[in-house]
Design a protein around this ligand. Structure first.
Ligand SMILES: [Cu+2]
Length: 389
């Protein structure tokens, strides 16, 4: 008995300490969640503003009606109680009362439905967009493709910052920054004051693209295309998350939208285009081990370490890559095939969306990391040759 209560006490103490350190560390994140936030996110688009107006208007109307109805009810019960000698009136089918209690709620509902419908229709109106961006949900990251507008042709993937992931795994979040688990490597960049149409779809399971400050939340469904739009009124950083439970890393696919001035946007597009041109991976380029390994290490940290672990040892059903016969084999086909197609019914996902060079880099890296030291290199051309096989 004693030991149980001791254990309970120490558990409570631990919980207290945990809450204590957490409370001390968290800070507001402008454009993202705030500490003890109760209201909706501060709106940055006209639609989000109107949604908040609707929310508060309806809440207030409902509260007033609630208080009025219950006040009359409780007052009547109390005032006309039997002990005070109240005599029940005996009447039925009062036309006046029935007309009033039909007409009044009807008017109230219409008064609420009119502005709500207006906002709903505006929300769905994705015509006349200044630029269109396709957003693809992957387990567990977001792909952004600039379809029209200045940035046309830009395409990249946004993944959670790997240091945040490590912090989460370790459980040591005492020094977590304000953008904890919301920081990504490549935020979505859009110009201020422009109508941005967002087309959503997904590659594996249903995800949902949500940015509260913009008042948008749109499911991203494999095999379907949905759309939504926003026009951000203020330059700044805004955050959201995948809003559809999509698997075990659901909590680790944040959204970071950077709203910048028109001039900054033009500059960013030019910079990205230059970078893309420089990076445009020639699948026929022949790499040296020395050049390809650092790139492979990065690809591994961003995509593979969440499951196979930084030390390559895997965990449970996730097979280790350190010492794996497939990884060490002189015959590269089976390893390339596993990485391109996935294995175990998707428990090991397909990585076909990565470039030939990135895949060659990560395969070469795993062939040489930890105790694998095979000295083998896989060139992008080998990956290309296996695609579609
Ligand atoms: Cu998701």
């Amino acid at each position: 008995m004693k030991s149980i209560s001791n254990k309970l006490a120490s558990l409570l103490l631990m919980a207290g300490a945990w809450v204590g350190t957490a409370a001390q560390a968290v800070q507001d994140l402008p454009g993202g969640p705030a500490v003890n936030q109760l209201n909706l996110a501060p709106p940055v688009t006209r639609i989000a503003e109107e949604q908040q107006f609707l929310h508060w208007m309806m809440l207030i109307i409902c509260t007033v009606i609630f208080i009025a109805v219950f006040a009359v009810m409780f007052y009547s019960i109390w005032k006309h109680r039997k002990s005070r000698g109240a005599k029940p009136a005996n009447f039925h089918e009062s036309v006046t009362v029935e007309v009033i209690w039909t007409i009044v709620p009807f008017i109230i509902v219409i008064l609420m439905a009119l502005p709500a419908t207006k906002v709903l229709v505006a929300q769905k109106d994705t015509t006349n967009a200044d630029l269109t961006i396709k957003v693809t949900g992957y387990q567990w990251k977001w792909g952004y493709d600039y379809i029209t507008g200045e940035g046309q042709g830009l395409a990249y993937i946004a993944t959670l910052d790997s240091s945040h992931r490590r912090m989460s795994d370790s459980g040591n979040v005492a020094n977590a920054p304000a953008d904890y688990l919301l920081k990504v490597d490549n935020p979505l960049v859009v110009p201020v004051g422009k109508k941005v149409r967002v087309i959503t779809t997904a590659n594996d399971v249903i995800h949902s693209f949500m940015v509260p400050a913009f008042g948008i939340k749109q499911d991203a469904i494999p095999g379907f295309v949905r759309d939504t739009w926003f026009r951000a009124d203020k330059v700044g950083d805004y955050y959201g998350q995948c809003a559809e439970l999509c698997g075990k890393e659901h909590a680790y696919m944040p959204i970071h939208v950077k709203v910048v001035s028109a001039a900054d946007y033009t500059q960013w597009v030019a910079g990205e285009k230059k970078k893309a041109a420089a990076k445009a991976d020639d699948p026929n380029k022949v790499w040296t081990l020395q050049d390809i390994l650092p790139r492979g290490e990065k690809v591994y940290a961003a995509n593979c370490a969440a499951c196979h672990q930084a030390n390559g040892k895997g965990a449970g059903p996730i097979k280790p890559l350190d010492g794996s016969a497939i990884v060490k084999s002189d015959d590269h086909t089976q390893q390339i095939h596993t990485v391109l197609k996935g294995a175990a019914n998707g428990a090991m996902p397909s990585w076909a969306q990565l470039s030939d060079t990135d895949l060659a880099a990560v395969v070469s890296y795993t062939k040489n990391a930890w105790s694998n030291k095979t000295g083998q290199i896989v060139q992008p051309s080998e990956i290309l040759a296996q695609r579609g096989k």
